[in-house]
Design a protein around this ligand. Sequence first.
Ligand code: UDP
Ligand code: GLC
Length: 420
Amino acid sequence: MSRRTTRPLRVLVLDHTADLGGAELALVRTCAALDDGVDVRAVLFADGPLRGRLEDVGVRVDVLPLAGAVAAADRDRAGRLSPWTLVAAARTLPFLVRLARHVRRSRPDVVHTTSLKADLLGVVPAAVARRPLVWHVHDRIAPDYLPGVLVRLVRGLARVAPAALVANSRATAATLPVHARVAYPGFAPEQARGDQVAVPGRGRSDDEPPVVLMVGRLSPTKGQLEVVRAMPAVREAVPGARLRIVGDATFGAADYAERVREEVRRLGLEDAVDLVGFVADTRAELDRAAVCVHASPVPEPFGQVVVEAMVRGVPVVATRAGGVEEILDDDRDDDDHDDDHDADLGQDENGDGGALGLLVPPGDVAAIAAAVRQVLTMPDSARARAARARASALRRFPVARTARVLTEVWSDVSGRSPRA
Ligand code: UDP
Ligand code: GLC
């Protein structure tokens, strides 16, 4: 039973990064949507743009820097047991002591970790301070996504360390060994388009060529390379079609970005592909797009960019895997969901079968090209799908819903309600 209190429900969020990754942007949007009865503070293990974004929505932020070697560890290195592991462990100890002191001093009702590194580094400080720990898992804890050692470590600790787990999708929850509450990362109200009729590419004039848009970090897990490779076939059917790739190479993906650039040159697409870089507000990009492509060759844990395209009425082509399948399947919200949803490309005579987007097999360049061509050459059915998708996303993914689920989890583990 949770107690109604006169003071707010205090949540201390831990995140290892202060860069603006998807999980971090989701955190900012969620904090902005929380009830006044919840007081969130954050500890970041590095300084960066996330700090200001959280402060803007009223979150007090402290930065507790993590030793260079541990902070720099990427997922692959963290997955290898080596002398480096011992050095990293030793260097982490003073940090853990400082973090435990900080947790104790701030007296939170709940410690909420929102990145894998924070999940792991938060275990001891939360235990020492005797505060319930909630792991908010944004990554699929699976060997096709993370190194095996890390998968085993996270799965092992998941059974014993956190008082509760939250997952960003059912796909992510299914990779955990214990029950996790699903809190889909929601879109902020200002990200959605108003109530006009959905007109794909309405931000461009009729004589402008159609824009195929990708939004997301440049990364092998996002599939920019596959979409570049699909463009020659798209341009055979729609000669003027252009590809805009929005996003930059974060989290050590500079090599991949270079491979994408090389592929653009190799295919002679320099005049047809724009590598735009990071765009802080993607709405204008979405509004001029005829189609938004999400091409992750590996199962995406969730995929907020898909929802963001949907709520602006932009038709979506996406790879059929992970959380994206849930996003594009209205039935997934029901507990008794059956898996035979017919969202496949060309499954009924209109080619859209009541679906919300066109799904293609991961990594299949020809299928990506065919689906993009279909959207560009059959705008009426694409428009109908996009309108259905918008209505569905507006209903299923508002950030208020994310905030409500998280507040429930925090109340459950702490036995406290938010201040009335
Ligand atoms: N994003 C952005 N500007 C860019 C590229 C991406 O604001 O140039 C945002 C995008 O709108 C989304 C987030 O970054 O909100 C990416 O989140 P997603 O869940 O799609 O992927 P992640 O990067 O977390 O794997
Ligand atoms: C992670 C995942 C992404 C998800 C985001 C927000 O960064 O890679 O799929 O949408 O977190 O939960």
